[in-house]
Design a protein around this ligand. Structure first.
Ligand code: ADP
Ligand code: MG
Length: 468
């Protein structure tokens, strides 16, 4: 009924007005010819009555007949500081007879449906799967200086979801430092302590996809309602919302609703709010309302205890010096640390080799090499000369043979593209050339790859090889 009314109203008022005054309304209950709608505040209700009572009446009469009734349910925070929503029933028909204090009195004696403002007919029986991974627990999330604040804030939030000032709790940090793990751990712990609470973990990417689908299928409102009945919303990798204004809008709306009702929001991001780009200012300012806690790279001791815990859980024994060797050499992120130990175990059991320091060394070396952020100019020269089946000396030589010149120019081009080295430094490393030669090489590669098909294939093949 309400969505039909909304459709009618939407057609008859300004889009912005619709967005402001009608999208935040939830239909709560329909009994007989009385429709209950929930509005965010008393002010909201007054505004509606003042400005939109006519259109509300017309639309409702169309749906429910001449004696249609509209009941407002106002959400309010109680006066004790914690944000448990009260609801308030006001019959619209008697608006003129209504004294303002009637609205102010918290109305506690109401039907169970109305006590919980989030129960919407039709959605109430939907069971929401939390999408939590139980192995991502607090217990398995080892504490260290690098994560103490974030971990403890997470524990505080899990003890009292929505009841701390850490709302939202934003966990940020680089890849593989435990954001996803910690976000799950909070959810898992809340589910444990408060099984009746609706908890949802979702990646920002999936959230975006769902939103786009809902718009396509014309059920954006259902999408919003779905998110508004959640008690604890965990959104992973919010940096994904960068530049996606539609999704940011809808998230802003959902966020406000949840926050106003004392629901807990937990976010993760690869950057601090101040460094986030293409996220609307109003959203960023919301992110800062609660607590932003950073996950830093763990120190050596923490890396050792993470490894030990992992080995213990997997039932694998490993000599102390080997654990320390791995922890000492792999220091950028926990995912790599775990990856190295897993491949160490795999190698040793596959080849029936004992786990020795030298095996550990081999594996650590591979890991460190594969994960180097910036490829080196040496490496580029090697890849390019391998590709053209020549050796690096040939590539660097003074010869003017066309295919060698091309190989050399490609090496310069990729050095410019994939490293931070200056033109001069690239030139000096690739056969003692000057910066003008490098610049010329880059231009030539650009030109040739847009005119010469064979050459373009070289560029594509090499890009793939170098993009590791
Ligand atoms: P992110 O989401 O920040 O990229 P993840 O949460 O996916 O990182 O963590 C990567 C891996 O490292 C996971 O397997 C996670 O369990 C593990 N990990 C990260 N931090 C810790 C920690 N403090 N204790 C134990 N395991 C950790
Ligand atoms: Mg993650």
């Amino acid at each position: 009924v309400w969505s039909n009314c909304l459709a009618f109203i939407k057609d008859n008022i300004q889009p912005q007005a619709y967005k402001t005054w009608f999208e935040p309304i939830d239909a709560v209950k329909l009994s007989g010819n009385a429709l209950s709608i929930q509005v965010p505040s008393k002010f909201f209700y007054e505004w509606l009555e003042e400005h939109y009572v006519k259109i509300l009446k017309v639309s409702l009469t169309k749906e429910l007949g001449e004696d249609a009734k509209l009941v407002y349910v106002i959400k309010m925070e109680n006066t004790y500081g914690n944000k448990q929503p009260f609801t308030e029933k006001i019959p619209s028909a008697n608006r003129s007879a209504l004294k303002s204090q009637d609205v102010d009195v918290p109305f506690n004696n109401k039907s169970p449906e109305l006590r919980n403002p989030f129960i919407i007919p039709g959605i109430r029986n939907v069971k929401i799967e939390s999408q939590l991974n139980p192995s991502y627990s607090f217990e398995n999330f080892l504490e260290g200086d690098s994560n103490r604040l974030a971990r403890n804030a997470g524990i505080a939030v899990a003890n009292k979801p929505g009841g701390t000032s850490f709302n939202p709790l934003l966990i940020f940090g680089g890849v593989g430092l435990g954001k996803t793990h910690l976000a799950h751990a909070i959810g898992v712990d809340i589910k444990d302590k408060y099984p009746e609470k609706t908890v949802l973990y979702i990646s920002a990417e999936k959230f975006t996809q769902q939103y786009i689908d809902s718009v396509k299928k014309n059920n954006r409102n259902d999408f919003i309602h779905f998110y508004q009945i959640i008690d604890v919303l965990i959104i992973d990798d919010v940096q994904f919302l960068s530049g996606k204004t539609g999704t940011q809008d809808v998230f802003f709306h959902i966020f406000n609703h949840l926050h106003q009702n004392g629901k807990q929001v937990i976010l993760t991001s690869d950057k601090a709010p101040v460094d986030m780009q293409d996220i609307e200012q109003r959203l960023l300012s919301r992110f800062k309302w609660g607590l932003s806690a950073e996950l830093q790279t763990p120190d050596f001791e923490t890396r050792v205890s993470i490894l030990k815990n992992k080995l213990y859980r997997d039932g694998v024994e490993m000599p102390e010096d080997i654990i320390e060797y791995v922890a000492k050499h792999i220091k950028t992120n926990v995912r790599e640390l775990e990856g190295a130990i897993i491949s160490l175990i795999a190698q040793s059991s596959f080849n029936k080799k004992e786990i020795t320091i030298s095996l550990a060394k081999d594996i650590v070396e591979k890991f460190v090499k594969n994960t180097k952020r910036e490829v080196s100019i040496d490496y580029i020269q090697k890849v390019v000369s391998d590709y053209f089946q020549m050796d690096v000396n040939t590539l660097q030589s003074k010869t003017r043979k066309r295919h060698i010149v091309q190989a050399r120019q490609l090496a310069m081009f990729f050095a410019k593209k994939y490293t931070k080295a200056s033109l001069a430094s690239i030139g000096s490393q690739i056969g003692q050339r000057d910066h003008a030669t490098v610049l010329h090489a880059c231009k030539t590669v650009d030109n040739l790859s847009s005119t010469d098909k064979q050459f373009r294939k070289y560029v594509e093949d090499l890009s793939k090889k170098l993009a590791l």
